[in-house]
Design a protein. Structure first.
Length: 633
């Protein structure tokens, strides 16, 4: 039987909604040996547009044409543009898709839980049962279908009960827990009287509303009623236990895959599937709590969470400390490998863009930084304790190595710095991304360490270039004065210790001013470069040469024979003649060479020998000048 492969696109993995839906998806997939690939980002967490662009880059990686079908958890996206782009790409791939909690895409099948009716029932309960007349509302993002449905249900209940809807009492949240804190702060600063009830669009926000009110001295529900939505573990077991809404999230995930497979198989599947939710009336509205977990089960789950969190913190501390000490890419990858086993997965792949070490800014325009390069590299492909690497693979493959079997669950998470893609990592057959609250912290640690290695790489390159520029003459590409003394001092000291002969030759160009004045400085530079080539060609294996000044060159030779100066002079003259015959310029490249040979002793210095060679060179230059004058007579 062919193995089915489906893609799931989701925003955020650190909320109970995603956790429970994903558990349902995974259960169905494992039962029927279906491969599931999650493409997940943590957008909207750090209030940085550039950061969010980098996070959402993972959705640009997904090649939907490589999958048999797709589930889009549209309810997790607060950004309508991103949600629309994902839907467009699934549509373009021509594969069947199921979307969650929306009917905005009639060409897709959808599965939803009736948010509107149950939220309206909850609000009516607070109004009718508990006599609330003044209600605040903390919404989810209105671009999100679930957030919009719950908001509309609140408005509908308020209108039907002829209660005023005040804009100052509605806080636009994003389903994140810190929205509850800010909602209370924002309301308190408004100066309005306290409400009878605060209705929240989910439990995460409701729980922080409760804690914020308590810090200000208000009691829940005696002073203010607070309600949530989702019936999460924390909501059930908080004090006071939260009045909320229980939704069949596991069932929604399980059913969504069942629907998708039915569409693939050509079965007659209803376009829309609606699951029912029910209100849970508990202590935070003034009702009696009948829905908390069994005490022993609560203790067990709480301890397990604490133990896992402590283990993950320890793992992250080790990772952070190790990465801080890493100075090379290989050291960084070794540190990462050592913590993979703590993630509890079968496979782990670290995939980087082929150009991840490139500089961010160049003279030419860069491609869109939020897209992956055509080719990727995978320095770590870890499979059940065995580590390999894949030098190059197409980003369209997504996996550096194909997964041949069925029933595998993979999570793709983005690595980036700001908006620039660095790569992604894949955790296969491990639940760390959905059970751990520290998954995003791990992702940021990996991203920052890779970015630090990239920067260190460029710093080292810059330092190498600075060092090269410090000792290399840029015109002639041989040692300059600094480079000469760095190398020559050691050579000269060695010759003193061995009492061996050294020869120092001083070369000065003839007629450079004439060339510059009559043919231009570019020709003067050309002539200097040709002379430099001659100097280099005359430099033996026990010698070094340098451009000592504008048109002056040095050659230092160790362990020479007594007549080496004569041999060098002939070789130098022949080489000059060969250059002039080759370049055929209207001028002649000419130079005077003076050499000194001696056995270096303590007390001798390079400067003193250079001075002797310079004096010898000028004697040669004067002789040449007298010879030219004599020829003219």
């Amino acid at each position: 039987m062919d193995i089915r492969n489906i893609a799931v696109v989701v925003s955020g993995l650190d909320e109970e909604y995603q956790y429970n839906v994903i558990r349902g998806i995974n259960q169905y997939a494992k039962e029927r040996k279906i491969n599931v690939s999650y493409f997940a980002a943590f957008g909207g967490l750090v209030e940085s547009r550039r950061f969010d662009i980098g996070e959402y880059s993972i959705y640009n990686l997904t090649d939907f044409s490589k999958f048999d079908g797709a589930l889009v958890m549209t309810s997790t996206f607060g950004d309508a543009k991103i949600r629309g782009r994902i839907i467009d790409r699934v549509r373009e791939a021509g594969i069947p898709g199921v979307v969650f909690e929306t009917k905005d895409y009639p060409d897709f099948h959808d599965i939803s839980i009736d948010n509107f009716s149950v939220m309206k029932e909850l609000v009516n309960h607070v109004i009718h049962k508990h006599g609330a007349k003044v209600l605040n509302f903390v919404s989810g993002p209105l671009a999100n279908p679930e957030g919009r449905a719950r908001y509309n249900a609140f408005l509908s209940a308020m209108r039907e009960n002829n209660l005023p809807i005040e804009e100052a009492r509605i806080y636009p949240g994003s389903f994140r827990s810190y929205d509850g804190i800010r909602a209370v702060e924002d309301f308190v600063s408004s100066g309005l009287p306290m409400p009878d009830a605060i209705i929240c669009s989910n439990d995460s926000m409701a729980l922080t509303v409760v804690s914020s009110l308590e810090k200000l001295g208000y009691r829940v529900p005696e002073d203010v009623i607070v309600t949530g939505f989702d019936n999460t573990f924390n909501a059930r077991n908080s004090f006071p236990a939260l009045t909320t809404v229980s939704r069949p999230l596991f069932d929604a995930g399980y059913k969504a895959v069942e629907l998708l497979i039915g569409i693939m198989d050509g079965r007659d599947i209803p376009t829309s599937t609606v699951l029912e939710a029910k209100p849970v009336f508990s202590e935070s509205c003034g009702c009696t709590a009948n829905h908390s977990d069994d005490l022993n089960e609560y203790k067990k789950r709480t301890y397990r969470r604490m133990e896992l969190t402590n283990t993950n913190i320890h793992m992250l501390n080790r990772l952070t400390a190790g990465l801080a000490e890493a100075e090379t890419a290989d050291e960084c990858f070794d540190v990462i490998e050592h913590v993979i086993k703590d993630l509890g997965c079968e496979r782990f792949s670290l995939c980087l863009t082929k150009d991840w070490t490139d500089a961010f800014a160049t003279g030419t325009p860069l491609p869109d930084p939020s897209y992956y390069s055509e080719l990727m590299t995978a320095p770590i492909v870890w499979n059940n304790g065995v580590r390999r690497s894949v030098a190059i693979f197409p980003s369209s493959n997504m996996f550096p190595e194909p997964i041949e079997s069925g029933g595998n669950i993979s999570y793709f998470l983005p690595l980036h710095f700001g908006e620039r893609c660095l790569g992604y990592y894949i955790i296969t057959n491990g639940d760390f991304p959905i059970y751990s609250l520290l998954c995003h912290t791990l992702t940021m640690n990996l991203s920052n360490s890779i970015e630090n290695i990239r920067k260190l790489f460029h710093i080292n390159k810059a330092m190498d270039e600075l060092n090269r520029l410090y000792i290399i003459d840029p015109l002639c590409n041989i040692y300059n004065r600094n480079g000469f003394f760095n190398i020559a001092d050691d050579m000269f000291r060695d010759c003193i210790d061995r009492r061996s002969r050294v020869m120092l030759s001083f070369i000065d160009m003839d007629g450079l001013k004439y060339i510059n004045d009559n043919y231009g400085h570019h020709e003067g530079d050309f002539a200097i470069q040709r002379l430099s080539g001659v100097v280099q060609n005359c430099c033996g294996k026990n010698s070094i040469c340098a451009r000592f000044g504008g048109d002056e060159f040095l050659i230092l030779s160790a362990n020479v024979e007594c007549n080496e100066d004569e041999v060098l002079a002939r070789r130098f003259a022949d080489a000059l003649q060969g250059v002039n015959d080759l370049i055929r310029k209207p001028y002649t490249v000419s130079a005077s060479l003076g050499s000194v040979i001696l056995i270096a002793e303590e007390g001798d210095t390079l400067y003193s020998i250079i001075k002797q060679a310079d004096e010898r060179m000028y004697e040669i230059k004067k002789q040449k000048k007298r010879a030219r004058i004599s020829e003219k007579k």
